[in-house]
Every structure is written in C-alpha cells, then in structure tokens.
Design a protein. Structure first.
Length: 445
C-alpha cells in the first residue's frame, strides 16, 4: 500500500452531521498529526464543543448570514428584540437526505418556522462555510499559506453509508457548488472512516494486524441515529461489509426528546407547545442548558440533578394552569424527586437515567439481535464512535450489557469519523473497493 497520495500536500475532511459538523486536517508529511479546530464556543453559557451545531441562518434578503453557535445566537438576539421576522434558521437539515426518496434540485428543506428553501442551496452554503472557516483560520496562516496553494488540498466529505446513491451525489454536487473542486474531492462513508480511525490508533486497541480477517462491529452513536455495521478488514487494507448498515433513532437527541416529553407530562401539553411555538429561542436556550447538564451525567450521579429552565416557561405555566407546581409534584408522586427553585428544576438522577436508558436499551437489544445471527457469531470486537458515546453513562451501560464482547471507544469518539476521513484521504488504497466515485455525466434533475 502506498503511504500517501503524492498529489496532495494537505488533506482536510468535513464531517457534516445531523446535530454537529466540523473538520479535521493533516499534512502529507505528518499524516498522523491530525488536527481539528480548537473548539467551537457557544459564546454565552460556557459550552465548548469540538464541532459546531449544524445550524444555518439566512437574512431576509435570502443571503447566508452565519453557521453554528453564531447562527443560533444571532437568531436568539433578533428574536429577543422581535426583529427576527423574515430571517430563516435551518437546523438539523441533514435528516432530509435520509428520508427523501426522489431527491432533486427542487427538493426543499424547511426552517424552524416552516419556511422552505431549495435543499441544494442550504447544503451548499453550509459546506462553503466550513471550507471558508478552514481556509481563513488554518490555511491562510502565514506558516501554511505561503508554502501551499489551494490546489494542494485534497477534500474529503463524509456521507452515511445507508444513504441512496442519489443522496451521496447530491452532497457531491453541493460540495462542488460550494467551491470544492471535483478533482480534489472524495466522499467517504462514515462507518468506514470510523473503522479506519479505530484501526489506526494501535495504542487503544492493540495490534492493527490483529483485525485482518476478523469481523468487527462499528456502532456510530451520533445525534440523530445509532448506525450499526459489521465489517472485516481484508489483507489489501480494504473493508468487506459483512452486515449492511442498520440502526434506529437512538442517538443523543433521543435523551433531549425524553426530557422534553417528561417536562410536558409535568407542566402540560398546552404550556409546552405555547412555549415552543411562541418563545422558540427561549426553548432552544433551555435545550442548550440541558445539553451541558447531560454531558456531565453518569451512572455514578446520585441525588438531584439541576437544569436551568426558563422564567417564561414557568410564567406560562402560572398563566395556563389551575394548579401550582407543588401540587403537581405531589399529585404525580414526585415528592422528593423533583424540586423547582427560581428558574431551575432539580430532578432525581433515577429519573434522568430513564431518559438515557430508553434509546440505549433499544440500541443494545438491536445489537444483540444482530450478534445472534449465525453468520455473525464470530464478532468479538465492537468499536463505538460518535458524540453520544462520549457520555460516561452510555459507556458504562455498553460495557455492562455487552460484557462478553470487547468494546473499544477511542478517545474523543465524536471526532473518530472526521479523523478517519482524513486518514482515508491520505491513503488512497484504503476502502478502494467501496469508494463513492463521481459518476460521469451524473446530474441531479
Ligand atoms: N459528553 C457527552 N455526553 C452525552 N452526550 C453527548 C456528549 N457529547 C456529545 N453528546 C451528544 O452526541 C450527539 C452528537 O454526536 P455526533 O456529533 O456524533 O452526531 P452527528 O455526527 O451530528 O450525528 P449523525 O452522525 O447522526 O449525523 C448529540 O446528541 C450530543 O448531545
Ligand atoms: Mg456523525
């Protein structure tokens, strides 16, 4: 196997996720020195993540305004002053490519208020933003930009394996429209990027060669879905797919949804719907605060766990409910398990655990069903990647419920796909049998 593709001096990979997106890169001469952007900050609550939320804001003139936390924050501040009319905020729009059978140039995505725009335009803007961020923050630094030209860059874009070829080509077209030259661009399947990364970090999983000819499972626990695959590494460093990608809606987003559902049970559907519809920014703020609390929750957490709600939500409850919070808690047999103080709610850890357990248990059941298949009985190793597997709770649950298997979760599992995609870009022969190639003359209608 050649150790690198000599044509390109720098590989940058973009991982376009349902909930979070980001990039990583490395130089041809230091291929294993893979760097990521140092962290995206929400600018307010102290939340710093290694990828930015997949969220895009457009001005009333239909121009791109911002991406990630900046987009969320700008929309929030506009809404606080009631100046947000006409602005469009698109969140989590990648799901569209999972679900749309007859994707074409006219296919639209809707923003948080139900206003639609052509999907190709939104995807193009998002990819262009990521490329621009990389070029201005990394590439144009004097120590790089002086020595390299943009022609020296190889771009890699990750795509889910389960997408139709139409969806994959849609991404390629969006990327080319965003300014990624077709000849410099490769698409990489997410599970293969994850496999490449896990198998290249010898420290945590022992000898790489050990995996040749041995089937292993990859679980990508992302935001929207848990995607499960079984692969085998062949002698020529390509991967053979033994079990076609499957999975379900068991990503980290399910925990947020369970929290909201539970809160709805307590405060009432009318109040929660009003809150979401009439105070959307406050609603997103509440979810961002939940995100921070969620990240520090583990099986060792005991007692009450505190989450910041919103004063507006509690006001809405007062205005729309005949009862008060204390009575509601008592009638729901939650005395001692739930407390309200100012704009915070404290919930017993046993309740919080159920929000995590619901998706995790379903995912584990699914994994067990796959592993029970006679043709997959030899699978001993399970590699787990994706942001949701950063959760200590998830980590412990997997180790406990699948203890007869060897579970490997690399460091920073949320970055495994994007780092593996950089390796994929450097090593042209890897996964050569399954590379998503450009189809000559393919054009979306
Ligand atoms: N430390 C943590 N604890 C709990 N959940 C976490 C942690 N870090 C990230 N997450 C969750 O992981 C999810 C994001 O994971 P990831 O970035 O892999 O998803 P994605 O790539 O956007 O989604 P997909 O791969 O489904 O398109 C979010 O739901 C986030 O809340
Ligand atoms: Mg992902």
């Amino acid at each position: 196997m050649s150790s690198h593709d000599p044509k390109f001096k720098l590989v940058v990979a973009f991982d376009f996720g349902t909930t979070y997106s980001g990039y990583a890169f490395s130089f041809r001469d230091f291929p294993l020195h893979i760097k990521t952007n140092c962290g995206w900050s929400d600018g307010a609550d102290g939340l710093v993540t290694m990828k930015a939320p997949t969220c895009l804001l457009m001005t009333p003139e239909d121009e791109f305004h911002s991406f990630g936390y900046e987009a969320e924050n700008k929309y929030s501040s506009l809404a606080a002053e009631d100046k947000h009319r006409g602005w469009l905020l698109f969140r989590r729009f990648k799901m569209l490519l999972h679900n749309t059978e007859h994707l074409n140039r006219k296919t639209t995505v809707t923003d948080i208020n139900g206003v639609s725009r052509p999907a190709i335009k939104i995807f193009t803007m998002a990819i262009r933003y990521l490329k621009h961020h990389f070029i201005t923050n990394v590439f144009q630094q004097p120590e790089i930009g002086t020595f390299l030209s943009e022609r020296d860059i190889k771009y890699v874009l990750t795509v889910p394996a389960i997408w139709s070829s139409n969806s994959k080509h849609f991404m390629r077209e969006a990327a080319v429209e965003a300014g990624l030259e077709d000849r410099q661009l490769k698409l990489c399947l997410e599970p293969e990027a994850a496999s490449i990364w896990c198998l290249s970090i010898t420290k945590s999983i022992g000898n790489v060669e050990h995996f040749t000819g041995v089937p292993f499972m990859v679980i990508d626990l992302g935001g929207g879905t848990a995607d499960i695959y079984v692969n085998e590494k062949k002698d020529d460093h390509t991967f053979k797919e033994l079990y076609k990608a499957g999975g379900g809606p068991w990503g980290g987003k399910a925990v947020d949804e369970n929290f909201v559902k539970w809160l709805m049970g307590l405060l009432g559907e009318t109040v929660m719907n009003k809150f979401k519809e009439e105070h959307m920014c406050e609603y997103f703020d509440m979810l961002r605060n939940f995100e921070m609390a969620k990240r520090s929750f583990s099986a060792d957490t005991t007692g009450l766990v505190s989450f910041k709600l919103s004063k507006i939500l509690l006001q809405l409850f007062d205005e729309n409910s005949d009862s008060d919070l204390r009575t509601i808690i008592s009638e729901s047999n939650l005395d001692g398990f739930v407390e309200f103080k100012d704009d915070h709610i404290s919930v017993d850890s046993s309740i919080v655990a159920t929000w995590f357990l619901e998706p995790i248990s379903q995912m584990i059941e699914y994994v067990k069903t796959i592993l029970a298949r006679p043709d997959l009985s030899k699978v001993e190793n399970i590699l787990v990647v994706g942001g949701f597997s950063e959760s200590k709770f998830v980590h412990d649950e997997l180790n406990e419920k699948l203890k007869d298997k060897t579970i490997t979760i690399p460091q920073d599992p949320g970055l495994a796909v994007v780092r593996g995609a950089v390796r994929f870009g450097q090593l042209p022969t890897i996964v050569s049998s399954r590379v998503v190639k450009a189809v000559p003359n393919f054009k979306l209608q």
